[in-house]
Ligand binder design. Structure first.
Ligand code: UDP
Ligand code: MG
Length: 325
């Protein structure tokens, strides 16, 4: 898409949102690299918002120390572990910048790429998202499952969601405001940002391995995240269950005709027990699958109507805009 003709103002306020969960092993290095980045950005007033997602290690204590030394650092401590997407949401809600960057704490997303994102934003793009060209240091299983997931999601989703793209991105204030007005509980932020629209640009980058520590996304969380992505962006599974229902009803009808014919024209109508068993089991299976899919959506509706807050903050260091001049 073409960038707008009006370029952005020369002086920009930038918020960098960093979700952290048990990242004590890397956080010092991450802070150092982000500080260096902020120092190097011309005409930019930066704030770094570290969201501690209920870490059980020294992450919070370390962050308090960094915030005491650097006015640009803000810390939001959540009351427990709410998960990556909600930690990012807490950071976005707190951010005061004209542009907001989301970046992981483990240095897999190189902070230096942010300078390039900012330049593209100044040209007039509203969302600049990082697309991974390489991902060294990840298991083949993670790579293969992520690859398959993004392709499946795109087939099912009503909104095109960019392939091989995580949450590493820069968003304009206009996009952030729309995002903040989206109250859904099961959040799949990369999809929500695609849904918003505006001028979005892909920025290819090389995703590094983790600097230290280990992944906080075990298989269980990955599956849940994948489920959120598909169920919040598609009603195709419901259509699939209707399709399965029709298929099984069709087969059952054939089976019924067969049973009637056999009963009327032959004497061996006890035979066919196997066919009945197959039909019963098949229909039963299809029904269970369909009810399960329905249940997933209903569970989400229940989750939505409870209208609980998305996250609970127990500590906040550094008020919004305290480093503004
Ligand atoms: N994270 C979080 N809460 C969680 C899990 C992860 O805030 O419950 C943060 C984590 O500290 C990191 C980012 O989310 O900054 C991505 O997590 P991770 O690197 O473990 O995921 P991976 O890169 O392996 O997919
Ligand atoms: Mg990581």
């Amino acid at each position: 898409m073409t960038p707008p003709r009006t370029p952005r103002p020369a002086l920009a306020r930038l918020s960098i949102v960093v979700p952290c969960y048990n990242e004590a092993a890397v956080i010092g290095e991450t802070v150092r690299r982000l500080q260096a980045l902020c120092d190097s950005l011309p005409d930019t007033q930066a704030e770094m918002i570290f969201v501690d997602d209920g870490s059980r290690d020294a992450t919070r204590v370390l962050l308090r120390g960094f915030a005491a030394q650097d006015q640009r650092i803000r810390v939001i401590g959540l009351a427990r572990n709410f998960g990556h997407q909600l930690a990012v949401t807490a950071g976005i809600d707190a951010a005061g910048g004209d542009a907001v960057v989301l970046i992981d704490a483990d240095l897999q997303d190189p902070p230096e790429v942010v300078a390039e994102m900012l330049a593209r934003w100044r040209e007039g793009y509203d969302v600049v998202y990082g697309t991974r060209t390489e991902r060294p240091g990840e298991s083949w299983f993670k790579l293969a499952s992520a690859r398959a997931f993004y392709r499946l999601l795109n087939r099912l989703s009503d909104v095109p969601i960019p392939l091989d793209t995580g949450d590493f991105r820069l968003m304009d204030r206009a996009v952030v405001e729309v995002l903040k007005a989206m109250p859904e509980r099961d959040r799949f932020i990369r999809g929500m940002v695609s849904w918003v629209g505006f001028r979005q640009l892909a920025l290819p980058y090389r995703r590094a391995g983790r600097f230290a520590g280990e992944t906080k996304y075990p298989l269980r969380k990955m599956l849940r995240f994948a489920g959120d992505g598909i169920l919040s962006f598609s009603t195709r599974p419901l259509q699939l269950s209707i399709g399965l229902g029709f298929l099984s009803a069709g087969l059952a009808l054939l089976g019924m005709l067969y049973a009637v014919v056999v009963r009327l024209v032959t004497t061996e109508w006890v035979a066919g027990w196997a066919a009945i068993m197959v039909a019963v089991l098949f229909v039963g299976g299809v029904q269970l699958v369909s009810i399960g899919i329905l249940g997933e959506y209903i569970g989400r509706i229940y989750h939505e109507v409870k209208r609980r807050p998305l996250y609970v903050t127990e500590e906040e260091i550094g008020a919004r805009g305290r480093n503004e001049v």
